[in-house]
Design a binder for this molecule. Structure first.
Ligand SMILES: Nc1ncnc2c1ncn2[C@H]1C[C@H](O)[C@@H](COP(=O)(O)OP(=O)(O)OP(=O)(O)O)O1
Ligand SMILES: Nc1nc2c(ncn2[C@@H]2O[C@H](COP(=O)(O)OP(=O)(O)O)[C@@H](O)[C@H]2O)c(=O)[nH]1
Length: 226
């Protein structure tokens, strides 16, 4: 069997991880695993880890590393037959070390987007809370204003997407992401993309992945998990 492909996408809030992950899953047939979606699923299903995670998220905190790894690693271990792309995990060095203990990553995509662009995007981000689907009033508006395309349910603007909250979130992101970025740089698997537009970054990511993903791995049947 040919080698499976393992990738991570990193970037600050609003950098386009979710948007680009969907494109990668669609174009290259990787399974898209979003840690945020997975946490939300566990909260909805009232699993033990989900109940615990909720207590942190309600306070605007990250879920502790041991809870996140207990949630995510078994899920990844179930996916040994698939190529996958991980979005939102690892966020800390402890999570990166835990991931490293179960697999070797091929590529880490690092999105480097200017602060002003992030603020502008998140000001116009609308979220479908139960699925985590996101829209932007200008970039990818919902078909009917204020409603989710799939369920027709109401969209919301998340409190922490407000510009005032974003600066603190971004500072926090930079502090915890730096050692993770340094680790992947040292392993020579880090690929950084800097621009203000997803549509300008996407062709470069697509070219990179075309050279990295073994032939026969692009299987649209393995597309996104949601
Ligand atoms: N790797 C992780 N470590 C700790 N907590 C996490 C992790 N991934 C997700 N969570 C928790 C905390 C987040 O606020 C919540 C939702 O995650 P996510 O959907 O990635 O939204 P987010 O609003 O933090 O990120 P973004 O704005 O970058 O999309 O789940
Ligand atoms: N204007 C604009 N909005 C974008 C672009 N790329 C993504 N978005 C929107 O910006 C917001 C943040 O993107 P998202 O994929 O959720 O980023 P994440 O927080 O890193 O997962 C969403 O509302 C997207 O629809 C872009 O190139 N231009």
């Amino acid at each position: 069997m040919s080698k499976l492909f393992r990738a991570v996408i990193m970037g600050p809030p609003g950098s386009g991880k979710g948007t680009i992950s969907e494109r990668i899953a669609h174009s290259f047939g990787l399974k898209h695993i979003s840690s945020g979606d997975f946490v939300r699923e566990n909260i909805s299903a009232n699993t033990e880890a989900g109940v615990l995670a909720k207590t942190y998220i309600k306070k605007g905190l990250l879920v502790p590393d041991h809870v996140m790894t207990r949630l995510l690693l078994p899920r990844l271990e179930e996916m040994t037959k698939y190529s996958w792309l991980l979005d939102g995990f690892p966020r800390t060095l402890a999570q990166a070390d835990a991931l490293n203990s179960i697999c070797d990553l091929d590529v880490v995509i690092n999105l480097n987007i200017p602060l002003e662009t992030l603020k502008e995007r998140l000001r116009h981000r609308w979220t479908h809370p139960s699925s985590g689907r996101v829209y932007n009033m200008y970039f990818n508006p919902p078909r009917i204003q204020g409603l989710d395309d799939i369920t027709g349910e109401q969209l919301i603007q998340q409190e922490d997407d407000r510009p005032e909250a974003l600066v603190a979130r971004l500072r926090h992101y930079k502090d915890i992401a730096k050692p993770v970025i340094d680790l992947y740089k040292a392993k020579s698997i880090l690929y950084t993309f800097s621009d203000t537009e997803t549509d300008r970054i996407w062709p470069n990511i697509s070219t990179l992945l075309s050279t990295k993903i073994p032939i026969g791995q692009s299987d649209a049947r393995c597309a996104s998990t949601h």
